[in-house]
Ligand binder design. Sequence first.
Ligand SMILES: *[C@@H]1O[C@H](CO)[C@@H](O)[C@H](O)[C@H]1NC(C)=O
Ligand SMILES: *[C@@H]1O[C@H](CO)[C@@H](O)[C@H](O)[C@H]1NC(C)=O
Ligand SMILES: *[C@@H]1O[C@H](CO)[C@@H](O)[C@H](O)[C@H]1NC(C)=O
Ligand SMILES: *[C@@H]1O[C@H](CO)[C@@H](O)[C@H](O)[C@H]1NC(C)=O
Ligand SMILES: *[C@@H]1O[C@H](CO)[C@@H](O)[C@H](O)[C@H]1NC(C)=O
Ligand SMILES: *[C@@H]1O[C@H](CO)[C@@H](O)[C@H](O)[C@H]1NC(C)=O
Ligand SMILES: *[C@@H]1O[C@H](CO)[C@@H](O)[C@H](O)[C@H]1NC(C)=O
Length: 651
Amino acid sequence: MGLRIFSLFALWILQFAAAQPRTEPLEVDAINKIIDHWNLRSKLNLNVDPCTQNATWAPETANPRIACDCSDTVCHITHLKIYALDISGEIPQELFLLTELMDLNLNQNILNGSIPPAIGQLSKMEYLALGINNFTGRVPAELGNLTKMLSLSFSSNNFQGSLPPELGNLTSLQQLYIDSSGVSGPIPQELSTLKSLQTLWASANGFTGKIPEFLGTFSNLKVLRIEGTNLEGPIPNSFGALTKLEDLRIGDIGPSDSSLDFLENLKSLSILSLRNCGIGGQIPERLSTLPNLQILDLSFNKLTGKIPDSFKNFPSLQYLYLGSNNLNGDLPSGVITPKLTALDVSFNSLTGNVPLDRKDILINVVGTSINNVNLNNEKASGLLHCLQGNTKCRTKNPTTSFSVNSGGPEQVSADGINFDDDSEMLGAASLYTSSNNKWAISSSGIFISNPNGPRYIAQTDSQITNTLDSELYKTARISPNSLRYYGLGFENGVYQIELHFAEIQMDVSVSWKGLGRRLFDVYIQGERVLQDFNILNEAGGSKRALMKTFEANVTNTVMDIHLMWAGKGTCCIPMQSTYGPLISAVHVSQVSEFNSSSGSDRKHVARNLGIGFGCVGGLLIIGSVMYLWWIKKEPGHMKIQNESPRKGEWS
Ligand SMILES: *[C@@H]1O[C@H](CO)[C@@H](O)[C@H](O)[C@H]1NC(C)=O
Ligand SMILES: *[C@@H]1O[C@H](CO)[C@@H](O)[C@H](O)[C@H]1NC(C)=O
Ligand SMILES: *[C@@H]1O[C@H](CO)[C@@H](O)[C@H](O)[C@H]1NC(C)=O
Ligand SMILES: *[C@@H]1O[C@H](CO)[C@@H](O)[C@H](O)[C@H]1NC(C)=O
Ligand SMILES: *[C@@H]1O[C@H](CO)[C@@H](O)[C@H](O)[C@H]1NC(C)=O
Ligand SMILES: *[C@@H]1O[C@H](CO)[C@@H](O)[C@H](O)[C@H]1NC(C)=O
Ligand SMILES: *[C@@H]1O[C@H](CO)[C@@H](O)[C@H](O)[C@H]1NC(C)=O
């Protein structure tokens, strides 16, 4: 009996001694101060040793999490996670006493101030996550000391200044997330040493200069995102060596002459988005040999020639965006493969037909001469040809106004305006015309990271302030790329456009959820009237109404209001896919008619329109063709006579 008690006791002593080495006292003290500094006592009441075996805060799923390495005679804290708990204030100096930390995750909080240079002391660091916080100041050069780093994230912050060249010392780095971080200036040449990188998210920053050639030497890259920066093209040919790329998104680069030749050997691609990159030339036949490509977005470029017949052999393609280029010829019928889900070829000089038997696919052919017999409203489909550029349009019973409750039901406003129902479900490539033929809407793009997520309509139950028409703002249209309203069959003349906005997806709460930024552009009749528009900032808060008023001319029976995402803002706060245009309602009404006698006035308008069209390639054609048409009416210019069929005329 006595022996048994003794041996149990001995076993207990042994276990205690073997399994429970003590934690380095300096670290115990530091972690307790950190917990108090960030007010975490209620979530993590550390009244025993932080490295206690099997502690509830040690498993990978715990949050807050502290995990240790006890392989030595003392234990060291190696993992610290305080994720999405809205801890605020600055980083306490005590953090830098945890010198054995190899994994620090402070993502999704509201930490502020700057990152202290002492971060450079945490030389064991392999995973450092500081994303979605409110940090300011410069990105510290001392990060370059953490040469064991495998993954670094400081996305979605408010840093200033440029990236420190010292980051080039992180030669083991495999993942770098710095999108929407606030950094600007040139990308340092010193970063050319980061050859282990597999993932680089660098979008929505103020980077300047050319897209670095050296990115093409990062032969391990699988994911590269550089949209919404001030970087200039062309896309370097060196990118042709990135054969492991699976997801490539470049967009919104300044005027350049890029080509698609570099794509030939990028056989691993499944997502390819090169929107608004100034890409010219023809679409290479061989693009269709990319075996895994599911999403292809080449919209808003300067592509010419035909859509290759070889596209009928695209093995995996589901989403095809070729809108707003200079493509011509017939839409090859084979392009609509059995796998294809969405096709947008809008605003090109394309002809032909959408096959009758494919009502199942989402399709947008507005601004082309392609017949789409599947359109929900045949009469309006005639009107939409007025957007294609080679058609002179006129109307017998012209419209002089339209009003739409974006994303919501019919609604009469406090001052008696009847806003039409606009609750139709739109998708990845949609064109919908209202039952009264006064307006149409097109939407283009998918929320790539969240294909089953938002339904292109946002909604709230909350009251909207700063308006008598709260209901009008409780629904909104949203879009991952391009959202357009068209006024149809308008009397030519001067119009007033009222755009109603209220931010109903983002808020200003004291939480990481309040750190989102939505930025988008608005074009009216091809002219950019809002750039980097931020509803929340301009309205002075979330769920607050804001109306912007503009004036524009209708010269070919169509009003075109185009909301477009240029890659800026944050991507995922407070939810995945919270970015891109949002609009609550539209109201357009005529101010005055043009003087019908005044020919010179009309020419002036046409020229004005032509200038503003900029990168919107398809519209440029409209502008110039309209100009030619007016010239033609003047004596002495009768040679310009090869006018195409007047499909747009109706009565
Ligand atoms: C910790 O958990 C492991 C595995 O579940 C177990 O073998 C061990 O005895 C536990 N240690 C303590 C001190 O509870
Ligand atoms: C950080 O936020 C706290 C409030 O949480 C505030 O008192 C403090 O002034 C801020 N510090 C800086 C540097 O902005
Ligand atoms: C870290 O880096 C800086 C500058 O790159 C250097 O001056 C410093 O000595 C390094 N060491 C530590 C522990 O911060
Ligand atoms: C780190 O980077 C800086 C700047 O690029 C360089 O001057 C320094 O020599 C590098 N340090 C090490 C240890 O490589
Ligand atoms: C972030 O910091 C800014 C000042 O830099 C402050 O105005 C804002 O309220 C902070 N946001 C949150 C959610 O704490
Ligand atoms: C429009 O025409 C009327 C009369 O036909 C004339 O009085 C007026 O000045 C004209 N306005 C413009 C802007 O040309
Ligand atoms: C619209 O037309 C009017 C009258 O012809 C002209 O004065 C004005 O400049 C035009 N506005 C735009 C934006 O083209």
